[in-house]
Design a protein around this ligand. Structure first.
Ligand SMILES: *[C@@H]1O[C@H](CO)[C@@H](O)[C@H](O)[C@H]1NC(C)=O
Ligand SMILES: *[C@@H]1O[C@H](CO)[C@@H](O)[C@H](O)[C@H]1NC(C)=O
Ligand SMILES: *[C@@H]1O[C@H](CO)[C@@H](O)[C@H](O)[C@H]1NC(C)=O
Ligand SMILES: *[C@@H]1O[C@H](CO)[C@@H](O)[C@H](O)[C@H]1NC(C)=O
Ligand SMILES: *[C@@H]1O[C@H](CO)[C@@H](O)[C@H](O)[C@H]1NC(C)=O
Ligand SMILES: *[C@@H]1O[C@H](CO)[C@@H](O)[C@H](O)[C@H]1NC(C)=O
Ligand SMILES: *[C@@H]1O[C@H](CO)[C@@H](O)[C@H](O)[C@H]1NC(C)=O
Ligand SMILES: *[C@@H]1O[C@H](CO)[C@@H](O)[C@H](O)[C@H]1NC(C)=O
Ligand SMILES: *[C@@H]1O[C@H](CO)[C@@H](O)[C@H](O)[C@H]1NC(C)=O
Ligand SMILES: *[C@@H]1O[C@H](CO)[C@@H](O)[C@H](O)[C@H]1NC(C)=O
Ligand SMILES: *[C@@H]1O[C@H](CO)[C@@H](O)[C@H](O)[C@H]1NC(C)=O
Ligand SMILES: *[C@@H]1O[C@H](CO)[C@@H](O)[C@H](O)[C@H]1NC(C)=O
Length: 469
């Protein structure tokens, strides 16, 4: 066996233990730093009466790595994650947080922290995930932070606070950002797409429930990684720009509750070949439903409720083989309900056609929509009787046909075949005759409205029915 040189022996005897102990001491020091940082954090909590867990648990009796909400790295036993979500804690974030030098994830959602976000957060070079949503932070978004913070930041949640002002230019420095959620604040100004475009990894952009105004900028089309875009409940005007068609990864587009107008740009949107959820409700879209809408074959949810869309439902809607929810209520649509077309949407679970000007009868083919759970066609001009085939809808839970011109006897034996039916409204039509006994067979029924018809005779007291009107 080869002998070690005296020098090596010397190292082994003296230097190694020294190096080892130094290393240990160093880790201990760092862990102590982490501990005092978190204890400083604790001391800035001014009210924990909702959930006093941390006050009792965060004590030096146990190692910091055992503290509730604290996660240490398995190798170096330093704090890598802090998760104190939904504890209703009130307080401020002290600068000491900047000493948790190996922190990767910081989640304090669902508390009542207020004041400034400390600039020292920018010292955390490994930080990837920050969730400050659902707190009481105010003032402008922390632009100095965005300049200094490591560009490793991937997810930033600042939603449901009281941040005001605009989205600062500096956000463009966060070149690895995948998720930006600033929904539910007091932010305004135009959506700074040309800046956000610099966050070239951005996949999710949440701007809902603010006061953003102006138009949807064309540059939005350059955010090619975008998968989810939420801008619900703002004051955005103008049309949907053609460039949105470049977003080949877009899955969800929600621009409900704005002041958007023009025809629904179906040929543009159909270029977003991944689009699954399209919500355009409560805007001022007008014109007809374009035929090209049928090209949006991946669509699962199409919600254009409460606009000013005219014309009939195009046949091409039958191409929506993945559609689960179709809500085009509250428009100016007319013609007969194209049941044979709609029944081609074999996945359709919810069909909302209420408050339009649909006329004609309810076609028999309605019975082919076997997945249907909610069928709402109230407040139209639908005539005739309820077709027997409606009894084939074995998954139907909600049927609202009130405020139409329907007539005949209430087809209770047919309806009782819809064994899941929980809510039935037939009020304000021209139904006549007695209320049939078979109504009592609808054991799941919770709400039944039939007022304002010509129904006579005895009203049966029906077990299990919550409301009878
Ligand atoms: C830990 O050791 C490293 C390398 O020797 C050194 O750079 C660092 O400053 C030390 N940290 C502390 C807190 O002493
Ligand atoms: C502390 O918070 C609770 C609610 O969690 C609240 O009822 C109470 O008034 C607060 N106390 C102070 C001193 O603010
Ligand atoms: C804090 O909670 C953890 C996990 O429940 C537990 O292991 C630890 O002993 C607690 N520490 C104290 C001081 O209660
Ligand atoms: C964060 O904490 C909450 C509440 O203690 C817990 O339900 C949740 O699973 C935690 N999340 C993570 C990512 O550890
Ligand atoms: C923060 O914690 C909450 C509650 O545990 C969780 O729902 C949320 O997804 C977490 N945030 C992030 C960014 O992981
Ligand atoms: C942030 O960066 C600016 C300019 O680069 C610098 O003056 C400032 O000290 C930095 N702040 C922190 C907390 O690093
Ligand atoms: C933001 O709110 C603060 C008070 O929290 C106020 O002083 C400031 O002027 C507001 N800024 C803008 C741009 O509205
Ligand atoms: C954004 O996309 C347009 C095409 O829609 C292109 O002309 C423009 O150069 C792009 N901008 C940047 C900064 O890449
Ligand atoms: C879109 O639909 C129209 C009419 O339905 C059709 O003529 C056209 O070829 C389709 N375009 C694409 C790209 O699928
Ligand atoms: C129903 O038709 C009548 C007569 O044509 C019309 O006055 C009324 O506005 C229509 N109602 C609806 C909801 O379309
Ligand atoms: C649809 O329903 C009609 C009448 O109820 C029936 O004749 C027809 O075969 C059905 N079509 C399909 C494709 O199921
Ligand atoms: C429906 O109710 C009637 C009268 O209440 C009863 O004779 C009949 O057997 C019931 N039918 C079913 C399928 O339950």
């Amino acid at each position: 066996m080869e002998r070690h040189s005296p020098i090596l022996q010397l190292i082994a005897l003296f230097l190694l233990p020294y190096l080892l102990s130094h290393n240990l001491a160093n880790t201990t020091i760092d862990l102590k730093t982490d501990e005092s940082s978190i204890l400083a954090f604790k001391s800035h909590i001014t009210n924990d009466s909702f959930d006093p867990t941390l006050r009792k648990n965060w004590t030096t009796k146990t190692s910091i790595c055992n503290w509730i909400g604290v996660t240490c790295g398995s190798r170096h036993r330093r704090v890598i994650a802090l998760n104190i979500s939904n504890m209703g804690l009130e307080g401020t974030i002290p600068p000491h947080i900047g000493n948790l030098s190996l922190l990767v994830s910081l989640n304090i959602t669902g508390n009542r922290f207020h004041g400034d976000l400390p600039e020292e957060l920018a010292l955390l070079r490994r930080l990837r995930v920050v969730d400050f949503s659902n707190n009481s932070f105010a003032g402008e978004l922390p632009r100095t932070w965005f300049v200094n913070i490591t560009d490793g930041l991937e997810e930033l949640y600042l939603s449901y606070n009281n941040f005001n002002g605009t989205i600062p230019q500096e956000i463009g420095y966060l070149s690895n950002l995948r998720v930006l959620n600033v929904g539910g604040n007091l932010l305004g100004g135009q959506i700074p797409a040309s800046i956000l475009f610099q966050c070239s990894q951005l996949q999710e952009l949440w701007l809902s429930d603010n006061s953003f105004s102006g138009t949807l900028p064309r540059e939005i089309g350059n955010m090619t990684q975008l998968q989810k875009f939420y801008a619900r409940n703002n004051s955005i005007t103008g049309t949907i720009p053609q460039e949105i068609g470049h977003l080949s990864n877009l899955r969800i587009l929600n621009v409900g509750y704005n002041n958007l107008s023009g025809q629904i740009p179906a040929s543009t949107l159909s270029q977003c070949s991944q689009l699954q959820e399209l919500r355009l409700y409560s805007n001022s879209f007008s014109g007809t439903l374009p035929r090209e809408i049928g090209n949006m074959t991946q669509l699962q949810i199409f919600d254009a409720y409460n606009n000013s869309i005219t014309g009939t439902i195009p046949q091409e809607i039958g191409y929506f083989s993945n559609l689960r929810v179709l809500d085009i209520g509250g428009n100016k649509l007319s013609g007969q309900i194209p049941a044979s077309t709609l029944s081609q949407c074999s996945q359709l679970q919810e069909l909302w056609l209420d408050s339009n000007s649909f006329s004609g009868t309810l076609p028999r083919e309605i019975g082919n929509m076997t997945q249907l759970q909610k069928f709402v066609a109230a407040s139209n001009n639908i005539t005739g009787t309820i077709p027997q085939e409606i009894g084939h809808l074995s998954n139907l839970r909600v049927l609202y046909l009130g405020r139409n011109l329907l007539s005949g006897q209430i087809p209770a034996s047919t309806l009782s075949q819809c064994s899941q039916l929980q809510e039935l409204s037939l009020s304000s039509n021209n139904f006549y005759g007695t209320l049939p006994k078979e109504i009592g067979n609808m054991t799941q029924l919770q709400k039944f409205y039939a007022y304002n018809n010509s129904i006579t005779g005895m009203v049966y007291v029906l077990l299990g029915i919550g409301t009878i009107w």
